[in-house]
Design a protein around this ligand. Structure first.
Ligand SMILES: Cc1cc2nc3c(=O)[nH]c(=O)nc-3n(C[C@H](O)[C@H](O)[C@H](O)COP(=O)(O)OP(=O)(O)OC[C@H]3O[C@@H](n4cnc5c(N)ncnc54)[C@H](O)[C@@H]3O)c2cc1C
Length: 260
């Protein structure tokens, strides 16, 4: 099975203090430590496991700048066979629809049976997978937490629904699935693996190569503001390390009779 996994390079929340920029319309992006979007890491692991079972290859693709190559290499060190960087000045400030437009063009340059995205990324929009499927006119399933192979024309997929219940569906290939965290346990990527792919050439495609009209990427959704909501009456922010916060929370819950 030929699988394309869409991955995004995002600020690593465990490594950064996130602050607003001076305009108040984005986070301050200078000096951030970046890594691969957590959901996408699960998607890549799932793709590798599918290929291990049924054969084929995994390609990881990202829309980003030169620095985004590092997340492609990380996922190749994990076991993805190929990387593809989609990069162009025209891609820089587009919205989710624009990202899906660029990815659609890349899908059409290949011959993929299955396209995986994360359920969501750092901007939390959860829109790229669904839009990509609609643009390709492929069937789509969101927040998938189980994939069963066996038939080369269909997959069985699971989704968690209301109340922790599980739903199983059949979906025809080619299709797009957005992957939920917890579907598997992504393997550890060691420094040896990173070194092995350090000099592998990663092809780059721009708007011209993909046949994407830059004018079609102008954002139609514009972020206007970013702010921390005001604390409601009686609300209290707990400060300190995670352990200190947990200890304070337990104390408060006990004091208010919520815990015995
Ligand atoms: C400088 C800058 C300017 C921006 N301007 C705007 C703007 O004007 N309007 C606006 O709406 N947004 C803007 N964005 C946000 C950006 O376009 C979002 O990444 C996009 O809207 C997708 O939303 P999301 O990241 O929440 O993705 P989701 O839809 O939550 O992501 C779901 C999945 O889609 C895939 N995916 C997402 N992004 C990529 C990617 N880059 N490459 C490969 N796969 C990907 C991944 O598999 C991911 O798990 C801007 C971002 C930057 C850095």
């Amino acid at each position: 099975m030929e699988i394309l996994v869409c991955i995004k390079r995002v600020p690593d929340t465990s490594e950064n203090e996130i602050a607003l920029n001076s305009a108040g319309n984005d986070i301050e992006r200078d000096d951030l430590v970046y890594s691969v979007n957590e959901w996408d890491n699960y998607a890549v692991e799932e793709a590798i496991q599918i290929v291990d079972r049924v054969g084929g290859s995994v390609t990881v693709v990202t829309v980003g700048d030169d620095e985004s190559e590092e997340v492609l290499r990380r996922e190749m060190a994990m076991g993805a066979n190929n990387g593809l960087l989609l990069s162009d000045d025209a891609f820089a400030e587009t919205d989710g629809r624009g990202i899906a437009t660029i990815l659609k063009a890349a899908v059409e340059k290949g011959n993929y049976d299955l396209i995986l995205t994360g359920a969501l990324a750092d901007d939390g929009a959860g829109q790229v997978g669904g839009m990509l499927a609609a643009m390709l006119d492929y069937p789509f399933a969101s927040v998938v937490n189980k994939i069963e192979t066996g038939d080369d024309k269909k997959l069985k997929i699971g989704r968690e629904i209301e109340g922790g219940n599980q739903e199983i569906s059949e979906i025809e290939l080619p299709c797009v699935l957005s992957i939920q965290t917890g579907i598997n346990e992504p393997r550890y990527v060691g420094i040896r693996g990173i070194r092995k792919v350090a000099s592998v050439e990663i092809p780059t495609m721009g708007a011209g190569d993909l046949g994407v009209d830059a004018a079609a990427l102008a954002p139609k959704v514009k972020r206007l503001d970013y702010f921390v909501p005001e604390m409601g009456e009686g609300a209290e922010m707990l400060e300190g390390s995670t352990e200190e916060i947990i200890a304070k929370l337990l104390e408060m819950l006990k004091a208010k009779g919520g815990l015995k």
